[in-house]
Design a binder for this molecule. Structure first.
Ligand code: ZN
Length: 588
């Protein structure tokens, strides 16, 4: 993404104006002027999305910015106001940046990401658009030249659909890359292509049976040719060795770098197991994070996510539970992420009634899906924020039942701000329970527009009314947080806002939006990535709005999302991030 470097094009010195401002108050390190600043420091809109009386909005003229200047000192916001206010805080050392009408919003927070997975996508050999196997092999050869022998090389993007009538094989790949096991995943992930060493490491021979729904391609003599289809892919992909701590650290840093460029000032990692947590802790000790990282422990790692276990008793980890705000630039671990069911597309989500397109099938959830009630209840009682992945209406109901029962046993656990991740399909009876129990619905606007082609086929016309039901939840008083769940989806804030506001895909389809009565206003959408996400991460004292005394986490963009969403929401997709500021530092 290209970003004009405003630091150099527009650094002004206001030294000449100093004679007139003799007062001795604190002076800013950095002054942003000429911006369209939306502080979001006014009260929330009502359940129907109507802006509060104090919002910079009127029905006739729509939205307008509520400030034009932000002064920053020691990483905090010193002042928010007008150009006249700026005089008071301008000193000899103050650096001033003219934003030339760009829009400033509170620093964006993506409250559900998978950092190591995003980083891994950057590590892979990119095969998107290669015209033939020879071209793909050349790219792998180039990677092999800079990879230690014996280490796995992963690639992705050759088109298994376009090449289906003549699939590649392992012969040339093995000759050109003999010393590294290679696994190349197809564009749509329905096929993998490997070399001889990879097949050896995976133990795939002529005698290996293909799993149900999968195929091992074989030659006339019965030997594997090098390509595995559908469910057989896992025979190869599961053999890829786990990344080392150094590799994980590299992936986390490249992911955070990409997130900073995309305007984010904080992320919530949705499930750190022991290896990832080790990588995060080592980065934290070296102060390597470009932004605050809030990590949820992975419940599927019982050695880690157990309040009685040794892993959480270590003195180093004790401050986590204090929700300490003294070192906010660093790793914070306040939560634990569990799964209650699977996904709807593959019919793994857990429903009260059978799937519309597969009678007698309800999906699987709860203990059968690995949810350990007692351990999670103990985590909640130990002060952790328990976050449960729940997609189907039954998974959501039972997750709410779980929270209700723990809160009944220990009323103070309500303060742990429990979350349900996705809250994708809800029974109308359960929607009011989010507000009643103080459970945050952590949702992905992009999922609605990506799932709409098949979602109704899975669950039918009646249940779909409770799917991605942002408006119903808001009307019932629930707290929401919006996020991307990257890397499975595009994490661009402009795509996120567009999905939330229009409920259409990137081509604007369907016209008028899919179940558009559930769409959000632009204010609600933006709050989902700022104010409300800050609350979901126990961070609202320092982030989420632009106000004096808060941390200087700011996102600058080249479109005014409030005006654009009102006038021509399709143009939201054309927005670009101009600058990301974390604790007063402009991110590279
Ligand atoms: Zn996720």
């Amino acid at each position: 993404m290209r970003r004009p470097d405003l630091r150099f094009v527009a650094v002004l010195s206001l030294v000449l104006g100093l004679a007139s401002c003799a007062d001795k108050g604190p002076k800013a390190d950095l002054l942003l002027v000429g911006g369209r600043v939306y502080t979001l420091s006014w009260p929330d809109p009502d359940g129907d999305g109507r802006p509060a009386d104090l919002a910079p909005y009127d029905a006739k003229n729509g939205w307008r910015p509520d400030a034009e200047v932000i002064a920053i000192k020691d990483g905090e916001i010193l002042l928010v106001g007008s150009r006249a206010d700026a005089q008071r805080v301008t000193g000899i050392e103050t650096q001033t940046i003219d934003l030339h009408g760009a829009t400033v919003v509170p620093g964006l927070i993506d409250s559900h990401v998978h950092l190591a997975n995003l980083g891994a996508t950057f590590d892979r050999v990119n095969l998107v658009g290669v015209g033939n196997p020879a071209e793909a092999i050349e790219r792998v050869v180039a990677r092999a030249a800079k990879t230690p022998k014996g280490e796995w090389i992963a690639g992705w993007g050759w088109d298994e659909g376009a090449w289906a009538s003549q699939l590649p094989d392992m012969r040339v790949l093995s000759e050109r890359v003999p010393d590294h096991p290679v696994v190349l995943t197809g564009l749509h992930t329905f096929a993998v292509w490997g070399n001889r060493l990879a097949f050896e490491r995976a133990g795939i021979t002529r005698d290996t049976p293909a799993p149900a729904g999968g195929e091992i391609k074989k030659d006339a003599a019965g030997n594997p040719t090098g390509v595995l289809l559908n469910n057989a892919s896992v025979l190869l992909t599961r053999a890829v060795s786990a990344p080392t701590t150094d590799q994980l650290k590299g992936r986390v840093l490249s992911a955070l770098d990409a997130m900073a460029k995309a305007g984010f000032t904080s992320v919530h990692e949705a499930g750190a197991d022991t290896p990832l947590l080790t990588a995060l802790e080592e980065l934290d000790q070296k102060n390597r994070f470009p932004m605050a990282v809030y990590a949820m422990l992975a419940a599927r790692d019982p050695a880690l996510a157990d309040p009685q276990g040794a892993a959480l008793q270590s003195p180093m980890r004790r401050p986590w539970r204090l929700k300490d705000t003294s070192h906010l630039m660093r790793l914070r671990v306040v939560g634990v992420k569990a799964f209650y069911d699977g996904a709807m597309g593959s019919r793994g989500a857990f429903f009260l009634e059978p799937y519309a397109d597969r009678p007698d099938h309800y999906g699987v959830g709860g203990a059968e899906y690995g949810f350990e009630r007692d351990r999670m209840a103990a985590m909640m009682k130990a002060g952790y924020q328990v976050t449960i992945h729940a997609i189907g209406d039954r998974a959501n109901r039972e997750s709410l039942d779980f929270f209700e029962s723990v809160i009944k046993e220990s009323p103070e656990t309500r303060n742990t701000r429990p979350r349900i991740e996705h809250a994708q399909v809800l029974s109308p009876l359960d929607i009011p329970r989010f507000a009643m129990l103080g459970v945050i619905a952590s949702m992905q606007p992009s999922h609605a527009v990506e799932d709409m082609p098949w979602a109704e086929t899975r669950i039918g016309a009646e249940r779909i009314k409770g799917a991605y039901a942002w408006r119903s939840l808001r009307r019932a008083g629930a707290r929401l947080a919006f996020n991307s769940d990257l890397p499975a989806t595009d994490y661009s804030i402009f795509y996120g806002l567009h999905s939330a506001v229009t409920r259409t895909d990137k081509d604007g389809k369907p016209a008028g939006g899919w179940h558009a009565d559930q769409a959000m206003t632009i204010e609600e959408a933006l709050r989902g990535w700022t104010t409300w996400a800050a609350y979901a991460g126990f961070n609202e004292q320092e982030a989420g709005t632009i106000a004096a005394g808060k941390a200087a986490h700011l996102t600058v963009m080249d479109i005014d999302p409030f005006v654009t969403a009102t006038k021509d929401p399709a143009r939201l997709l054309g927005g670009r991030i101009v600058m990301t500021i974390v604790r007063g530092e402009i991110q590279p």
